[in-house]
Design a protein around this ligand. Structure first.
Ligand SMILES: [Zn+2]
Length: 287
């Protein structure tokens, strides 16, 4: 059994605030170690239950998506690291060769209070990200992208808020709740060593669910209509560049970019590039 494991950082055990997941933060180096240990726990649990191959994709957008500690990670996994990645900056390794997807260290969607580190794609720039009229988070985008390849999401590891979000989307998904959110920057934390036991046990259960067929790729409608509501109004320069060179984007009002896609990897790329279009429009060459 082959597992695709997407790892982000805000939902890692022990991580509590934004400063824990950026290079300047007091606990960033420790958080890299916790992140690696949560991945190892998921891999060990899945392996104990019979999974044999693992591709771990780094999806935390700090330091060009290089955050795992390679000297500490399970030596039998393959790792997708760094960027760009020849197209999608996330989901680059996700294809139909996998039997299941694990989401480890993922976080709640933007506006989902109290979710620790809750945001969708851009913590600083996006006030809301809507798909077909409702707020969407990164886990749902991954879950739909996996479903496009016929791959079910079997495990979510993170705080109680993101686990509840994913449980609503994916009946039967296994959850590893490693902390209980009290605010975007505070929570009740299980120390990482104990949290890793929770992740291990959930990964064992997840592989059993895959084997028994009790988790399935979700149903979805592939007419994805996105709106990215920015925190700040678009500059005149951004409006001009987008209007002249990026006809796939529409500008709604003073701070919202809209686009359509019928492929979730493309939608994710467009959602991600929106912050660059808003902040450094002249520098955006491709995506
Ligand atoms: Zn992240």
């Amino acid at each position: 059994m082959r597992i695709y494991l997407s790892v982000d950082m805000e939902g890692i055990s022990g991580v509590t605030r934004w400063q824990d997941v950026i290079a300047a933060g007091q606990d960033y180096q420790a958080a890299r170690s916790w992140m690696t240990a949560d991945v190892n726990a998921a891999v060990a649990g899945a392996r104990a239950a019979g999974a044999t191959e693992f591709v771990v994709e780094e999806n935390h957008g700090v330091e060009m998506l290089c955050n795992l500690l390679l000297d500490e990670i399970d030596p039998e996994v393959d790792i997708v690291r760094g960027s760009p990645r020849g197209g999608a900056t996330t989901m680059a390794a996700l294809d139909d060769s996998f039997d299941a997807m694990f989401l480890v260290g993922h976080h709640a969607k933007v506006r989902d209070y109290p979710g620790i580190g809750a945001h969708t794609i851009s913590y600083g720039d996006y006030a809301d990200v809507r798909m077909n009229g409702r707020t969407i988070g990164e886990p749902e985008m991954f879950i739909i992208a996996a479903a496009q390849h016929g791959v079910p999401c079997a495990l979510i590891a993170g705080d109680d808020v993101v686990c509840a979000e994913v449980a609503k989307l994916v009946p039967g998904v296994c959850s590893a709740i490693v902390k209980r959110a009290l605010s975007h920057t505070g929570g009740v934390i299980i120390p990482p060593v104990r949290a890793q036991r929770v992740v291990f046990d959930a990964a064992v259960a997840a592989v059993e669910c895959v084997r028994n067929g009790t988790v399935a790729p979700i149903e979805f409608d592939s007419n994805f209509e996105f709106e990215i509501e920015l925190r700040k109004p678009l500059s005149d320069e951004a409006r001009t560049v987008i209007g002249q060179r990026f006809s796939e984007f529409q500008i709604l009002g003073d701070r919202t970019l809209a686009f359509a896609a019928n492929d979730m990897q493309l939608a994710f790329r467009r959602a991600a590039i929106s912050s660059f279009l808003a902040n450094t429009p002249a520098a955006v060459r491709y995506y």
